[in-house]
Design a binder for this molecule. Structure first.
Ligand code: SF4
Length: 699
């Protein structure tokens, strides 16, 4: 990108972290930048969390990478020039592909990348490298909800309504999400909803901060979501609270699930889930008697080996109640990563092409080939999903080299130690990042790239609203954008004619063409419109189209135009407690940190607020193991062990322990988590595994 000179600024842009993409004003100079909430941006309305307030600290952080690095035989990194770094990458990838074929090189992207970068990364994989292996960390985030939504509604947009509708819903059923810590500005809508007399029901094995703010908390046993949802459906049908007219006119296959729901009578569901029958009935009646209701799921439901079925079971409830398309109602998934939504629409997913098209759809392939100016036959097919791509390392036909952008794999994968060993087996690993993350430390070449306030680009938030991040500061000397890097690599690989982009805006213009006619149609969205309208909701098929804040008002984009019910039965998680590993382990986020923590652990104020992870243990469990607050305890699963400090709290079930996942190395709870995959979404079971605990002195 062109290097402009910027004086002290006052720029309206967006927080670099979660899918809420709060509007901020960024003021001052790079070194002393200050953040203020943007009161006119309709999503956060001025509200921010502590992560947003402190976001500028990463821009001029002393750990910032300012030059490419090459790992020496000794393991130490030495600075090298960009020319040398790019030459070595091209040479290594081309040699690898010459010897082992095009699919020997893989790409791992991220849900934090802008739409333009995600799009270009997908194109780079398929056109410059010709590999089918590209996937991204969103596979570990909301892929189960995405698959379920496509199955049920024919389309996957996190929320099919603007976030402001939340304030008007009479009842909200929130499952597997602790928004009070993960998206605090969303709580203003919950407050408004409650002030209007609305009620919040939470479903969570933990009495989280959000659960404490709810009218009813269903503290289910981990891994029993489908049974709980089927139990709700059973009561709704039994008590005549379903919307027969909606079911008849707007859905298919209800009769099939009716018979299954009949077998989830409340006493049985109480036995499976641990949720008292009385609470189950109370929740069903709240939902069934409301004029408007929302069912919102997040990672607690989705990061399971039954994640798609769990989500479909809650969608069945939403459809039976006739919520989709009704005012202030519907089912939605609360996406996690900053561009978790856009990141899954533009082709960095193993099975997708831009516009949320399927890569094995002949019409989609023809369209994208034309936009890219290549032969359809040169477009690779579907590749391996994220975890499977990583486990293929060291196997026949596995990937042998990897380019990572926007992801800290070494911390964010399940069974992390095993994957760390796999990454070490690669012939060649390239990581683009702005800090030396745990993954970058394993790389052969590290490329220093720009941060959020140093470049333009669009993001798509959890509502499907496309927003524009603005460039406030020059990047530090020595740092380049991923767009520059991909284009330069492509030129050096002899594919430059397909990568003649000098800035993000040009990439976006091609992305618009590529998405035209697809599910996620951005063709009518321009940077100018985004600025004028405070974001534009896709689908937006032409420049005079207003965008689509609310979906499903009349029809669903399925072959019949109707939504689909799906038969779902309760199935146990892949691993359940037994004599050797007698407790459940579940994981999640805390207020002060974000995802793998590579950024927030470096922000002094956030680090000071929470320096290290902990393990939440119920008082009676703690007594049983003779543990007290602050004691060290060894947690072991079939995959590994870590030692953490105990936090005794009644907020967790007696049969379950909870650990936040923002730390790496010997503090990484993902060294323990189970990589069992959902058969459809290929989502690992981060949320449940069996664990043993031992006081450290006895370990
Ligand atoms: Fe808003 Fe999320 Fe940033 Fe917090 S982390 S300020 S909720 S975008």
């Amino acid at each position: 990108q062109k290097n402009h000179t910027f004086k002290p600024v006052n720029v309206a842009t967006h927080c670099p972290y979660c899918a809420f993409q709060c509007g901020i004003h960024l003021k001052g100079s790079r070194e002393q930048a200050k953040v203020a909430g943007n009161a006119t941006f309709p999503v956060n309305q001025g509200g921010l969390c502590i992560k947003g307030w402190t976001a500028p600290a990463t821009l001029s952080h002393p750990d910032r990478l300012l030059t490419p690095l090459a790992r020496q035989a000794s393991g130490a990194f030495l600075p090298i020039t960009w020319d040398e770094a790019l030459s070595r990458i091209v040479q290594a990838f081309q040699e690898e592909q010459r010897r082992y074929g095009p699919h020997a090189v893989g790409i791992f992207g991220g849900g934090s990348l802008t739409n333009e970068k995600a799009y270009l990364l997908g194109k780079f994989a398929r056109v410059a490298l010709g590999t089918e292996h590209i996937d991204y960390n969103g596979r570990f985030c909301m892929s189960s909800a995405a698959a379920a939504s496509i199955r049920a509604f024919g389309i996957d947009r996190g929320l099919p309504f603007p976030i402001e509708d939340v304030a008007h819903a009479e009842v909200i059923l929130l499952i597997g999400s602790n928004i009070a810590e993960t998206m605090p500005p969303m709580m203003q809508y919950i407050d408004q909803q409650q002030n209007r007399g609305g009620r919040l029901i939470t479903v969570d094995p933990r009495t989280s901060t959000t659960a404490r703010a709810s009218a009813l908390h269903l503290r289910l046993m981990p891994g029993t979501d489908a049974a709980l949802a089927n139990g709700l459906l059973h009561i709704l049908i039994r008590d005549g609270l379903i919307d027969q007219n909606y079911i008849r006119t707007r859905t298919d296959d209800f009769d099939q699930i009716k018979a299954v729901a009949a077998t989830y009578w409340p006493e049985r569901v109480e036995r499976i889930t641990g949720v008292p029958e009385k609470q189950l009935v109370q929740a069903a009646r709240m939902l069934g008697s409301a004029r408007s209701a929302m069912i919102l799921t997040a990672r607690g439901v989705e990061q399971q080996s039954q994640g798609v079925n769990n989500t479909l079971a809650y969608i069945n409830v939403a459809l039976a109640l006739g919520l989709m398309g009704r005012p202030y109602s519907g089912y939605g998934c609360l996406t996690g990563q900053g561009n978790g939504q856009g990141g899954r629409e533009h082709g960095q997913k193993a099975d997708q092409l831009p516009g949320y098209r399927k890569i094995d759809d002949p019409i989609a392939r023809e369209h994208i080939s034309q936009v890219w100016g290549i032969q359809e036959s040169d477009l690779p097919g579907p590749g391996k999903s994220a975890y499977e791509m990583l486990t293929s390392i060291g196997q026949d036909n596995g990937i042998r080299s990897l380019l990572v952008m926007g992801s800290n794999i070494a911390v964010s994968v399940p069974d992390a130690l095993h994957i760390e060993e796999k990454l070490k087996q690669l012939d060649f690993l390239v990581v683009a990042d702005f800090f030396l993350s745990e993954t970058a430390k394993l790389a052969d070449i590290v490329l220093p790239v720009t941060q959020w306030a140093e470049e333009e680009g669009t993001m798509t938030n959890l509502e499907g609203r496309v927003i524009l991040r603005k460039r406030a500061f020059d990047p530090p000397p020595g740092v380049r954008t991923e767009i520059d890097v991909l284009c330069e690599l492509a030129w050096r690989m002899g594919k430059g004619q397909y990568f003649s982009f000098t800035d993000a805006r040009q990439v976006f213009d091609e992305l618009r063409q590529a998405s035209a006619g697809g599910t996620a149609d951005y063709s009518g969205i321009t940077y100018e419109r985004i600025e004028e309208q405070q974001g534009v909701f896709w689908p937006c098929p032409s420049e005079d189209h207003p965008g689509t804040p609310r979906l499903f008002q009349e029809t669903f984009p399925t072959p019949t135009g109707r939504a689909r019910f799906t038969v779902v039965k309760h199935a146990a998680p892949a691993e359940e407690p037994d004599a050797d590993y007698p407790l459940y382990l579940t994981t999640g986020r805390v207020l002060t940190h974000y995802q793998s923590g590579s950024q927030t652990r470096r922000v002094g104020r956030l680090h000071d607020m929470m320096e290290e992870p902990f393990v939440e243990i119920h008082p009676s469990t703690a007594r049983h193991y003779r543990l007290a607050n602050g004691d060290l305890v060894k947690l072991s699963t079939r995959r590994g062990s870590i030692v953490l400090k105990v936090k005794v709290t009644r907020s967790i079930r007696e049969d379950t322990i909870f650990v936040p996942f923002h730390w790496g190395g010997h503090l990484s709870v993902n060294r323990l988590t189970n990589p069992a995959l959902d058969p459809t979404s290929r989502m690992p079971e981060f949320k449940i595994c069996a664990v043993r605990i031992e006081p450290v002195e006895h370990a």
